[in-house]
Design a protein around this ligand. Structure first.
Ligand code: GLV
Ligand code: GLV
Length: 325
């Protein structure tokens, strides 16, 4: 009998071939709703592989009830929704989708930076709301991007790709990372700063750090107060790194100039959330890697990750060692 694999969201049929040859594959077919927890647990109970979204929680409770599970492949580079330590304990290989989404996510991060700086979404809403009555010198005037200082928090692959884009805009690029990266600094002309100094010196602060116990709530009241009152804060990583009440106050009380967020503590964010009332906040529905090309590559990679593990071969992108070695 072929091993059973459950996919928690509908993926294009054309991305599944590698897996369908060796497994019985089933998918959650509803486009608008994520798979309910009870169904996920039921499917996990017989699955050798789960292909998951970042909104699915893979925790000890699930792993305990999944006796045949060998692989969990997240359709994301981040995997804070998965308890990796418990997965290793249960012999489950956890996989993600790095590299294929690096440039696409960097494009969006830079787009959000530009939208925040030049008030692009605000201006677009202004015209569609019928408010454009005359041209005037400072109408919707934003902040320059070129020759400003960009501070990147989290210098992984996406951070490097954002830094490369910034050099085309003649920006000075600072970065903070848990581990200093001398070779990257030299290659891309970056300067390392401790976190506090990066906050104080940057005009644009872009957060790309993964969500871990160390980075949870990193952007709190103290952090926003350290930023320039002209600073723009961009978050393309995970909502959990930001204390949203603190950001709300920072925007209400003018500690910073504006923000661009692709991620929120709770997703989807409630439309009545206080953050969404700020005209100087650009909000996007977690679309960092959402280009058609990249999402297809991510789906193929996640499928390939599971197919490898089920065949006892080291998968292209594992984040733990599971039981395949
Ligand atoms: C998206 O947020 C990802 O982690 O890929
Ligand atoms: C994280 O994996 C990144 O690519 O920045």
């Amino acid at each position: 009998m072929k091993p059973y694999v459950y996919i928690t969201r509908k993926l294009p049929q054309e991305t599944l071939a590698e897996l369908q040859e060796i497994a019985e594959v089933e998918m959650w077919m509803e486009e608008e709703k994520p798979v309910p927890r009870s169904i996920l647990l039921e499917k996990a109970n017989k699955a050798a592989g789960l292909l998951t979204m970042l909104s699915d929680r893979i925790d000890e409770e699930l792993l305990r009830q999944a006796p045949y599970l060998k692989a969990v492949a997240n359709l994301a580079v981040g995997f804070d929704n998965i308890n990796v330590e418990a997965s290793s304990k249960y012999g489950v290989t956890v996989c993600n989708t790095p590299d294929v989404l690096t440039d696409t996510t960097a494009d969006l991060a830079f787009g959000l930076l530009m939208a925040a700086g030049r008030r692009i979404t605000e201006a677009a809403e202004y015209i569609k709301d019928g408010k454009w009555n005359s041209w005037s010198p400072l109408l919707l005037a934003g902040t320059d991007i070129h020759h400003k200082t960009l501070g990147i928090v989290g210098m992984g692959r996406i951070g490097e790709a954002v830094a490369r884009r910034a050099s085309g805009f003649d920006m000075k690029v600072l970065y903070h990372n848990r581990r200093r990266k001398i070779e990257t600094e030299e290659r891309l002309g970056l300067s390392y700063r401790i976190f506090e100094d990066l906050l104080k010196e940057s005009d644009y602060i872009v957060c790309l750090t993964p969500l871990t116990p160390e980075t949870k709530d990193l952007f709190n009241e103290k952090a926003f107060k350290m930023m320039k009152d002209t600073a723009l804060f961009i978050n393309v990583s995970r909502g959990g790194v930001v204390v949203e009440e603190a950001l709300d106050r920072a925007l209400s009380e003018g500690w910073i100039n504006g923000a661009g967020l692709d991620v929120f503590r709770e997703e989807p964010i409630n439309p009545d959330h206080p953050l969404l009332r700020h005209p100087n906040l650009t909000a996007l529905p977690h679309i960092g890697s959402a280009s058609t090309e990249t999402r297809l590559k991510m789906a193929r990679l996640a499928v390939s990750n599971i197919a490898h593990v089920l065949q006892g071969i080291k998968p292209p992108a594992a984040v733990n060692t599971g039981n395949h070695e």
